[in-house]
Write a protein that binds this ligand. Structure first.
Ligand SMILES: *Cc1c(COP(=O)(O)O)cnc(C)c1O
Length: 425
């Protein structure tokens, strides 16, 4: 585990998966019902990391990293929305980024070899990683984002979180998210960079970010609506498939789930893959749920590996559904009108997928993982519902920021000098 989290990417370019997962008995799972997020985190972290990292150390990591609430809203009969967006930057990405930022120094205590985190973002990872790493001594973090393809609030958050911090940097790239991701993989494998720093990624290609996301699923299960003996349908707004893999890991650890439904926008690589069994091709399209604009999800190989490359058994547990922007807008409006509940566009895609899935499983309760605060996408939400969501004052949106400097081309040669420069600070 230590090696996998520190390196981010296996030497052969593949993605690590835990060799052994702890397993929870039905009564152990049951004992989590109704408990607070903090308590669930405590119970699950101990089992995941206690032996390797030490009980006291991992408790400190968890308490410092995950100091926010995860409220659960009942929206309609037998539907629960799990609000994973109450961390500092308003998306579920805060969980993994903050946990990893506190875990890495524990795993790599050598002060002479700085940890250099290189990350690609299609939006929310950027702010979460910069915010999480800015005050962690001994680490540097660089975030690559596709210029012009992240929302104004996401851009604002990356800039604000980086202000006054010398060890973190957000870098615009002339290209797509997939280009950014390719650059990260190239940097992680680069000999020269690896001589100077302990390189890793805080993308969902790093298993250290996927493992803490397992808490979300235990928490969702612990707060299901209605009678307690029914296995839920869990809907996951999906882009790079990382969050979904965390769900499958939770299921492997013994969490009873009837079915996962991966909700995608028009970038429906996963839907196509589940239908045909062939890895998707093509490039990503821009949509209103931009954090899910991923054409070739890198965690697909993890997902299939978890089912021993057997498409049939994967399909028993995981379904996928795709929705257009007009459908997304309509869902935001309809849910607001019917229940007075505001959803961001990613969560709205998840809502549609959950509703569709529950049509054929009427006895199952539904849990929807709400991945972002609607206030991160105020224009879209207002257009759909007529209501402009208010952002937490801590985001500082009354003084919006825009620019992070000139963009670089999508090649490692252009990235390398930025990374070496940062290592010299
Ligand atoms: C990153 C993100 C997703 C997709 O998560 P993956 O792990 O990439 O599948 C969905 N919604 C929001 C708001 C996100 O930021």
């Amino acid at each position: 585990m230590r090696g996998a989290v520190l390196e981010g990417l296996a030497p052969d370019g593949g993605l690590y998966l835990p060799e052994e997962l702890p397993s929870f008995s039905p009564s152990e799972v049951e004992s989590l019902r109704g408990r607070a997020f903090r308590e669930i985190v405590d119970a699950v972290t101990l089992r995941l990391f206690g032996q390797e990292v030490g009980v006291d150390a991992i408790r400190r990591v968890a308490r410092e990293a995950l100091d926010f609430e995860v409220p659960v809203a009942d929206v309609g009969k037998d539907r629960t929305v799990v609000e994973l967006f109450h961390g500092p930057t308003g998306s579920f990405k805060d969980t993994g980024a903050r946990f990893l930022s506190r875990l890495l120094p524990v795993l790599q205590p050598d002060p002479d070899r700085p940890v250099l985190v290189v990350v690609a973002t299609s939006g929310d990872t950027g702010g979460a990683v910069i915010d999480a790493f800015r005050d962690v001594a001994g680490s540097r973090a660089v975030v690559l984002y596709p210029k012009g393809r992240v929302s104004p609030v996401q851009l604002h958050q990356m800039v604000v979180a980086g202000e006054g911090a010398r060890r973190v940097r957000a870098l615009p790239v002339r290209g797509s998210f997939d280009d950014c991701q390719r650059m990260v993989k190239a940097a992680l494998r680069d000999g020269e960079l690896n001589e100077r720093a302990a390189l890793t990624s805080a993308n969902s290609i790093n298993v250290g970010r996927l493992l803490p996301q397992v808490f979300h699923y235990f928490h969702a299960w612990a707060h299901l609506p209605g009678p307690g003996n029914r296995d839920p349908v869990i809907s996951v707004p999906t882009g790079n498939v990382g969050h979904l893999v965390s769900g499958v890991l939770a299921w492997r650890m013994g969490l009873p789930v009837s079915r996962f439904v991966a909700a995608t926008n028009e970038n429906d690589a996963l839907v196509q893959f589940l239908e045909t069994g062939s890895p998707p091709e093509g490039t990503s399209r821009s949509t209103l749920s931009s954090a899910m604009d991923v054409a070739r999800p890198s965690n697909l190989e993890r997902l299939t590996a978890l089912f021993d490359e057997d498409l049939h058994s994967l399909r028993q547990v995981v379904g996928a559904r795709s929705y257009t922007d007009p459908e997304t807008l309509e869902a935001i409006g309809a849910v607001h009108e019917r229940w007075g509940y505001l959803m961001d566009p990613h969560t709205a895609v998840g809502w549609l997928a959950m509703e569709a899935e529950l049509k054929s499983r009427t006895d199952a309760p539904g849990a929807l993982l709400a991945t972002a605060d609607p206030a991160k996408f105020p224009d879209v939400v207002e257009r759909a519902s007529g209501v402009r969501p208010t952002a937490p004052p801590a985001w500082g949106l009354d003084a919006p920021r825009e620019d992070t400097g000139p963009a670089i081309g999508p090649e490692l040669e252009e990235l390398r000098p930025v990374l070496t420069g940062l290592l010299e600070t």
